[in-house]
Design a protein around this ligand. Structure first.
Ligand SMILES: [Zn+2]
Length: 216
């Protein structure tokens, strides 16, 4: 079970890189396991990652002995997981458009209805703190509130989900939204959807997709 989860975590990190969300060796991913939190290792090329390279954090959040060093952002993953029992996986990226917007230290507004996929009316921007610091983890937890994505000032973004697949999907959707927002801003001031409209979108999404198969 744990090996399967390790392999899934490594595959998600590779997929995140293949999607162009993580320049160089930036970005990291985590998932809840039966034995605690599994995170990607620090400073390894994505195309070399294997399940055995994933790092199991001890109860105090540090790496267990005899393993690779965990991502420098392990506090970020640990503190979000501790604050949000609804979250099973976290993706952190330095994707181009989210990172560019994070330099303005402003939220990403609801300029497209797809923002509801992040369970929020706007993607907030967490206050700046040095990468890897406890202060940064605190700032991100505070900015997220109940939402599933936030920008990180002068740094990047973080996306949450019940599963690895869901967290990566939110990261990709929010990066696309930031990209579209940037392009719209070249032409003028984009219109922002209000809360009432976003509620209607949420109701529509609840009915969207393929009908569920009946179980025998
Ligand atoms: Zn980072």
């Amino acid at each position: 079970m744990t090996l399967a989860l390790r392999n899934e975590l490594a595959a998600t990190a590779k997929r995140m890189s293949a999607l162009g969300l993580t320049p160089g060796m930036s970005g990291n991913v985590s998932v809840r396991s039966e034995r605690g939190l599994l995170v990607t290792p620090s400073g390894m090329a994505y195309d070399e990652l294997q399940g055995e390279d994933m790092v199991q954090l001890a109860d105090d959040g540090t790496a267990r002995q005899g393993q690779r060093a965990p991502t420098s952002e392990w506090r970020l993953h640990r503190d979000i997981m501790a604050a949000r029992s609804d979250v099973g996986a976290i993706v952190h990226t330095h994707s181009l458009y989210c990172t560019a917007l994070s330099m303005l230290r402003q939220p990403l507004p609801a300029v497209h209805y797809a923002i509801v996929l992040a369970n929020t009316d706007e993607v907030p921007c967490a206050d700046y703190a040095t990468f890897g610091s406890a202060e940064l983890a605190t700032n991100v937890v505070a900015a997220l509130r109940g939402g599933n994505a936030c920008l990180m000032a002068n740094h990047g973004m973080v996306a949450l989900g019940a599963t690895l697949k869901e967290a990566l999907r939110v990261a990709a959707e929010i990066e696309t939204l930031a990209n579209q927002y940037w392009h719209a801003c070249q032409l003028g001031t984009p219109h922002v959807l209000d809360g009432r409209e976003l509620d209607k979108v949420r109701a529509r999404f609840a009915e969207y997709g393929q009908p569920r198969r009946r179980r025998p």
